[in-house]
Design a protein around this ligand. Structure first.
Ligand code: M6P
Ligand code: ZN
Length: 194
């Protein structure tokens, strides 16, 4: 038997979302995901500026099993009418769920089942969003400050980006005159399994 891992302690700055100590910081800029946005002329025009869309801070942990703990910080901004958002993924392990706790800002969580059913939930400080296994998920910052949330998922869940890079999600979150609107994605290609 390997020696049991030691307990660990970290701190989240509730305003910036920074975890200390963090094992890993992932930074996503527009150039990492230009094709993900609906308004391609707007995306291309912003590429020279190449804004940071979001960062993920994973907590340093001694264990190789169990849970991954991380904060995500999505900046406030838009590409055309579409808000800054994460790439979005499903878990390779279809039974692996995920939990989000929002710490700051306002956003929407878009979840999509393997048969293209969509559920959109609001994220605001104190919201706990439960993403069941088998549901792809993307987070969108619909507010005018960073959206900061804490996420917990199984270390061996695995990220499947490919399916959603190609066909996107069935619903888009666009800025309207009265705030965010959930609209059908006109270029969405239905799941083969649907
Ligand atoms: C959350 C979790 C992470 C994910 C991150 C960014 O923190 O769901 O697993 O990596 O958001 O989302 P994505 O990987 O889809 O860009
Ligand atoms: Zn996930």
């Amino acid at each position: 038997m390997p020696a049991p891992a030691l307990p660990s302690l970290a701190h989240i700055d509730l305003s910036s979302g920074i975890i200390d100590p963090a094992a890993e910081v992932v930074e996503r800029r527009l150039s990492d995901m230009p094709a993900w946005f609906q308004d391609q002329p707007a995306a291309q025009a912003l590429l020279s500026e190449n804004p940071v869309l979001y960062r993920v801070y994973a907590m340093a942990q001694p264990d190789t099993a169990g849970w991954r703990l991380a904060t995500s910080v999505i900046e406030s901004g838009r590409i055309g009418a579409e808000y800054y958002m994460t790439r979005g993924h499903a878990h390779v392990r279809e039974d692996a769920p995920e939990v989000y706790l929002t710490l700051r800002g306002r956003g929407m969580l878009v979840m999509q089942s393997r048969t293209d059913e969509t559920v959109v939930q609001v994220m605001q400080p104190g919201s706990i969003n439960y993403i069941p296994g088998g549901w792809a998920h993307r987070t969108v910052n619909t507010g005018d400050e960073p959206l900061v949330f804490f996420a917990v998922w199984s270390i061996d869940a695995g990220h499947d980006y490919e399916a959603y890079a190609e066909r996107g999600f069935a619903k888009l979150i666009l800025a309207g005159e009265d705030g965010p609107r959930v609209v059908d994605n006109p270029s969405y290609v239905k799941a083969k399994r649907a």
